[in-house]
Write a protein that binds this ligand. Structure first.
Ligand SMILES: Cc1ncc(C[n+]2csc(CCOP(=O)(O)OP(=O)(O)O)c2C)c(N)n1
Length: 331
């Protein structure tokens, strides 16, 4: 297969960028599926919330971002971290609570951060991310860096005062901020159809005088296109956008959740609309990439995840004296 593409490329992406998109989504899926198995063995401390099923959102958005840009995440943050370029081995070690982890093993799954990558942190506080992004977007605007801030948050978080206040501030200050509402249908066991007072979260954008867009979260290309428009507008001084991404999460709210509140929607989604399957069929069907190339990416990703788990299990745990480091920041 050559890099000469015979058919129109979706989203204007060339073969290399398409491979990148696939690798990111595959890495997130493999990371999460492996954690699902490993968590059951009891070696991983704390809570783990998996992002499997939602890969197209983090990937489609973060492919437009660079080092000037920052993102704020949620308790379901592994996918956002991977898509923003956080080292996968450091993430795995962090989740295992090891000293080699992204935060020296002190944060765990819900607090992975890497400021050098503009990843402000996974966040255990529902609705904690949007205010952070108003801060970084204001800084980008004042310093004229061209950078944007992206807040990912769930349907549950869309009802938090912090999120609504942030939408208002971002609008009145004309901030280069993008709000990505990841509506996976549930906040813990509460259906968004019951708890969100609007047909669509994106409809709320009108109340803040900003554009609101709804996208199919299983379709990487739809997310990529909507995010591209919003980010370009924000970089050009056009202010914030609210994007609602609709999909389903493949696992429970947290690992161990019995999921008695839902039926067979996951099985159906995996079979019919899965983002990786849809991506594969779109790019191979049009002759842009071939199956062999995608399978070799799969192999590389699985080897990376194997190595990440093996190294994390071998790595030392933080010591008692580590409790006293990284408490204060020196400027
Ligand atoms: C301020 C706050 N309230 C409640 C919780 C408990 N809690 C953790 S996750 C969660 C549900 C969040 O749902 P959503 O925002 O839709 O994200 P999802 O889990 O679906 O990705 C809740 C209520 C919390 N962590 N923080």
């Amino acid at each position: 297969m050559t890099d000469t593409l015979p058919t129109p490329v979706p989203g204007g992406l060339d073969a290399q960028r398409l491979r990148e998109a696939y690798r990111t989504m595959r890495t997130i899926r493999a990371f999460e599926e492996r954690l699902h198995e490993e968590f059951a063995s009891g070696d991983i401390p704390g809570f783990v919330h998996l992002y499997a099923g939602e890969e197209a959102s983090a990937t489609g958005v973060c492919m437009h971002l660079d080092d000037r840009d920052s993102i704020a995440s949620t308790h379901r943050g592994h996918g956002h971290c991977i898509a923003k370029g956080v080292d996968v081995k450091a993430m795995m070690a962090e989740i295992y609570g090891r000293r080699t982890g992204a935060c020296q093993g002190k944060g765990g799954s819900m607090h992975i951060a890497d400021l050098s990558k503009g990843m402000l942190g996974a966040n255990g506080i529902v609705g904690g991310g949007p205010p952070l992004i108003c801060g970084t977007a204001l800084a980008s605007k004042q310093q004229n860096t061209g950078g944007v801030g992206v807040a990912f948050f769930g349907d549950g978080a869309s009802n938090q005062g912090t999120t609504l206040e942030s939408l208002n501030l971002a609008s009145v200050w004309g901030l280069p901020a993008i709000f990505v509402a990841e509506n996976n249908g549930f906040a813990e066991a509460t259906a968004s159809a019951w708890s969100v007072a609007a047909d669509n979260i994106a409809d709320r954008a009108a109340g803040f005088g900003i554009p609101g867009v709804i996208v199919d979260g299983f379709d990487f290309f739809a997310v990529h296109e909507a995010a591209g428009e919003a980010i370009e507008r924000a970089r050009g001084g056009g202010g914030p956008t609210l994007i609602e991404v609709k999909f389903t999460r493949y696992y429970g709210h947290f690992e161990g959740d019995q999921q008695s509140y839902r039926l067979d929607e996951v099985k159906q989604a995996r079979e019919t609309v899965d983002c990786l399957k849809a991506f594969r069929s779109r790019v191979t069907g049009t002759g842009l990439l071939d199956e062999a190339g995608l399978e070799s990416i799969d192999g590389e990703v699985f080897a990376l995840i194997d190595a990440a788990v093996a190294e994390a299990k071998q790595a030392p745990r933080p010591t008692r004296s580590d409790l006293e480091t990284d408490v204060y920041v020196s400027y």
